[in-house]
Every structure is written in structure tokens, then in C-alpha cells.
Write a protein that binds this ligand. Structure first.
Ligand code: BES
Ligand code: MN
Ligand code: ZN
Length: 494
């Protein structure tokens, strides 16, 4: 986690100072004269005009010490947006490039930017401050690690409530990073058992968390036959991970369910090459739920929240489940397997059904469920589905505030009817025309929500990005999508 230091007077021992600047050039009355002179020079003599995302660097010598200055253009206040400020913060981080990251300062002045604007800017910087160097060796690994800011000094007068909010952002972004790290792990390294062990080690460090992990024999006893069916092709046993925050509370909990397919080959409906390579990320929903539960625990959130992760691979073997198999789900409904690649809805169905025993007030599931959702909405938006319009509104509000984007897609009786089976109760594939695949996937899940308040969030698109689409995410790779959304939803909107 990035460590924050605070220096009220002077510049501390920073070697690099980041200074936000508005187009009017007022970078703050508290700027040391030598620095405002450099800024005035830049604004007058260079192309720098403090437009949004414009950066310029300079040097100043104060008391015999040379400090690198990074002036960050923020654009006109009237054009500020939350994501625009996050992007400015993220680009500032990128602009720092290869400078020694040991003593970086940020000039905090509410006379330039409001506390809220600066918090957004710093959030973008914190989020972007991430490199996955685990799979590089030697100099390249060192180079990546050297890009990470371990410490940031806030120079100026930072009020106590802003400090507190900064701490909250540190915790949240740290867990966004955790979700990225988990999602980026190759399937050989993150098996269902490893995901369970990660959850266990988180629970060990937080006294307000408890955990129960169901192994194969437990799942057989429970009758979680859909999860077991998907697991049959894999050499590794499945797990059902159940993490509980504030277990002693008697109130109906909020339940979060995350799809934890540690690798999705498609099963006998095998994915083609090109479609399979990123399928170690098919547990991004699980990573978001685990990251959110950890965040809520670390923030000392007081309500009862349960995170449920059904974890397995979806592979082929002589014993793997096949198209045409009919399986009796945990809920009792029979499901014909129309397609072994529609495995996410199967493991989620049993997890949603398992969740009923907690009499939850609301259930939210996050899943990399369908390529169709990605086709519809692209890589920046998750699709959201619910029968409860007010729950859709709450999720939209959480998205607006957190920055994890969502868009509602339809879920109605006609879609639900399409998932009915010919000889079984349900079919996991639905209509062969494959139209509205994200909605039919959601419709399948609806049969297992027990008539409760429930929403499904399809994160197939935003769980990873193939190029830089959102400046605060790594240029390509895992995004940690969902942690920010769930934390905002659970703490402020539900
Ligand atoms: N994990 C995939 C969905 C996915 C696709 C996530 C691309 C991320 C990127 C899911 O299990 C799947 O294979 N869905 C099928 C469903 C179909 C067989 C009804 C799909 O989308 O093709
Ligand atoms: Mn699949
Ligand atoms: Zn999948």
C-alpha cells in the first residue's frame, strides 16, 4: 500500500514535487516564491497552458537542493468530471516515468482545487500506481518495481477529514490492486484451493471476518451438483468459499456472489484459440468479491455481509460433463446441459441457492458471464440486470460515484421462458439463435435467486482491458473492476 506522509510547512525532503495547475495559473498562494516563478515562466514561455492532462517539468533549487517540478494541467473547473480528474491523476503518475520514486511530493492546496477534486486526482494516481512484475526476472522486474510509488508526501495543509478520506482510498485502491493480482494469475498458480487459501489468509488478518470452505465431499453432501458437474473435467477439486463479515449480527445480511472459474476451456464445447487464452481471468468476479469483503473488513463496516465464491476449473476429461447431461441443481430444479461453455451460470446457480439459507436482504452477483455482454457494451461497462428497478438505481448511483461503470440490460419473463428445458426444468444454453445472450444468461440465474432482491452484474467486458481505455487501469491487463463498485454500493447505497 502506498504510504502517505504529511508536511505542513516547507517541502520536507521531496526530490520531485507534483503541482496541480489551473489554466489561470494560480497554483496556490502557498507555493514557495521560487516555484511560482518557474510556473510563471512555464506558462509564459513554453507551450504549457494547464489544459487537462498537460504536463510540464522544470527544476528549481531551494536552499541548495534541486527539486524536480511536475506541473499538472487540470483544465477549466467548469469542465471537471470525476473520471476526468481520476484520469489526470493517473496520467500524472505515468508522467513521472522513470524518476526515482522514493521521495515524491504532491502540493495540496484547497485554494487551487477543492478537497473533492484533489481526492479524485489522487484516487486516479493511487489506482494507476500498479505494475505486475511477478512474472519478469532480472532488470526488467526491477524496472517495473521501480515505477511504483511506495511513499507520497502531501505538502500543505490537509484537513483531518481529507486525511481520513485518503486512508479510505488507500484501502480501497490497495484491494483493487489485490483483485488485479489475483485475476492476473495463471490458472496453474491459482487453483480453487489457492483461491480458498487466499481468502483464509485475509480472514486470519481481520478479526471481524469468519470463513467456511466447503470441499468436494461437503459439496456432495449439500447436493451442489451443478458446481460438481462443472468440476468433473478438472484434476483439481472444487471449493465453495464463504466469507462472513460481522457474523455475530442477527440482521439479514447482504450477500455478494463472485464467479470463481479459475480456468474456462469451455469444456466439450471447447473454446477456439483466441477465445481461451485469457480464461484464467474467469474468476474476476470472485476477485472483486474477495477484494470488496476485505475492504469492508478493513474499513470496519458494521453490517453483516457474506461473500460466496464457487470455485472450479471448466476442463475436459474422460469424466467431464457433456452436452445433454441432465443435472439436478442444489435448488432441486433439473438442468439440461445445452452447452458446457455456459458453466458460469451453473456454478452461480448453486451458489445463489446456497445463499438462501442466510435469508439475505439482497444478493448481488458479479460474473464474467457472457461474451455477448462484452459485444453489447464493450470493455468499459458492466451489464446490470434485476427485476427490482430501485436496486438497478442503487447500483447506477454506486457506479456514478465509484467510477466502475454499469449499464442496465433487459431481464423479463420472455427471456426467463427461453431458458426452460424441453425434457428438464431448465436448459443452460437457451435459444439456439444466441440472441441477447447476456439477458438469457441473467434469466437463467433468476430461477435461483429465491424471489429475493437480487441483481446480476456481468463483468466480462471491464474485468480486463486489451489496451488503455481507462487511464487509471494498467495499459493492458487486469482492472480489478468491481471492488470500488461493491464497496460504494454496500456502504452507501443499499
Ligand atoms: N467466461 C465466459 C464468458 C467470457 C467471454 C468472459 C469472453 C470474458 C471474455 C463464459 O463462461 C462463456 O463461455 N459464456 C458463453 C455462453 C454461451 C455458451 C451461452 C459465451 O459467452 O459464449
Ligand atoms: Mn464458459
Ligand atoms: Zn466462463
Amino acid at each position: 500500500m502506498i504510504t502517505l506522509n504529511f508536511v505542513k510547512a516547507g517541502l520536507g525532503d521531496v526530490d520531485v514535487l507534483v503541482v496541480p495547475v489551473l489554466p489561470d495559473g494560480k497554483a496556490g498562494v502557498q507555493l514557495p516564491a521560487a516555484i511560482s516563478e518557474r510556473l510563471a515562466f512555464q506558462l509564459k514561455q513554453s507551450d504549457f497552458s494547464a489544459k487537462a492532462d498537460e504536463l510540464t517539468t522544470d527544476f528549481v533549487t531551494i536552499d541548495g537542493r534541486t527539486i524536480k517540478l511536475v506541473f499538472v494541467g487540470c483544465g477549466e473547473k467548469s469542465e471537471f468530471t470525476d473520471d476526468g480528474l481520476r484520469a489526470t491523476g493517473a496520467r500524472t503518475y505515468v508522467g513521472l516515468g522513470t524518476v526515482d520514486k522514493k521521495s515524491i511530493g504532491y502540493f495540496y492546496d484547497e485554494k487551487i482545487l477543492s478537497a473533492n477534486s484533489q481526492l479524485l486526482l489522487l484516487e486516479g494516481l493511487f489506482l494507476r500506481n500498479y505494475f505486475d512484475s511477478r512474472y519478469k526476472t532480472g532488470d526488467e522486474a526491477k524496472k517495473l518495481q521501480g515505477k511504483i510509488i511506495a511513499q507520497l508526501t502531501l505538502v500543505g495543509n490537509v484537513p483531518a477529514d481529507v486525511k481520513k478520506e485518503l486512508q479510505r482510498l488507500q484501502v480501497i485502491t490497495d484491494n483493487v490492486h489485490l483483485a488485479r493480482t489475483l485475476t492476473g494469475m495463471p490458472a496453474g498458480e491459482l487453483k480453487p484451493e489457492d483461491l480458498a487459501n487466499t481468502a483464509k489468509s485475509i480472514v486470519k488478518e481481520n478479526s471481524n471476518l469468519e470463513i467456511k470452505v466447503l470441499h468436494k465431499a461437503d459439496l456432495e453432501k449439500e447436493g451442489m451438483n451443478l458446481l460438481l458437474a462443472v468440476n468433473r473435467g478438472s484434476a483439481y477439486e472444487p471449493r465453495l468459499i464463504v466469507m462472513t463479515l460481522n457474523a455475530a449480527k442477527k440482521e439479514p445480511p447482504v450477500v455478494l456472489v463472485g464467479k470463481g472459474i479459475t480456468f474456462d476451456s469451455g469444456g466439450y464445447n471447447l473454446k477456439p484459440s483466441g477465445g481461451m487464452e485469457v480464461m484464467h481471468t474467469d474468476m474476476a468476479g470472485a476477485a472483486a468479491v474477495i477484494g470488496a469483503i476485505k475492504t469492508l473488513a478493513e474499513l470496519g463496516f458494521k453490517r453483516k455481509v457474506i461473500g460466496i465464491v464457487p470455485a472450479t476449473e471448466n476442463l475436459v476429461s474422460g469424466d467431464a460433463y457433456k452436452p445433454s447431461d441432465i443435472i439436478t441443481s442444489h435448488a432441486g430444479l433439473t438442468v439440461e446441459i445445452g452447452n458446457t461453455d455456459a458453466e458460469g451460470r451453473l456454478v452461480l446457480a448453486d451458489a445463489l441457492s446456497y445463499a438462501q439459507r442466510f435469508s439475505p436482504s439482497v444478493i448481488i452477483d458479479l460474473a464474467t458471464l457472457t461474451g455477448a455482454c462484452m459485444v453489447a457494451l464493450g470493455e468499459r461497462y458492466a451489464g446490470i440486470f434485476s427485476d427490482q428497478k430501485d436496486l438497478i438505481k442503487q447500483i447506477q448511483k454506486a457506479a456514478d460515484i465509484s467510477g466502475d461503470k454499469v449499464w442496465p440490460l433487459p431481464l423479463d419473463q420472455a427471456f426467463k421462458d427461453k431458458m426452460k428445458g424441453k425434457i428438464s426444468d431448465l436448459n443452460n444454453l437457451g435459444p439456439l439463435d444466441r440472441l441477447a445472450g447476456a439477458s438469457t444468461g441473467a434469466a437463467f440465474l433468476s430461477y435461483f435467486a429465491g424471489g429475493r432482491r437480487w441483481a446480476h452484474i456481468d463483468i466480462a467486458g471491464p474485468s480486463h482491458q486489451s489496451k488503455e481505455l481507462e487511464a487509471w487501469n494498467p495499459p493492458s491487463g487486469m482492472t480489478g473492476y468491481g471492488v470500488r463498485l461493491l464497496v460504494e454500493l454496500v456502504t452507501e447505497q443499499l
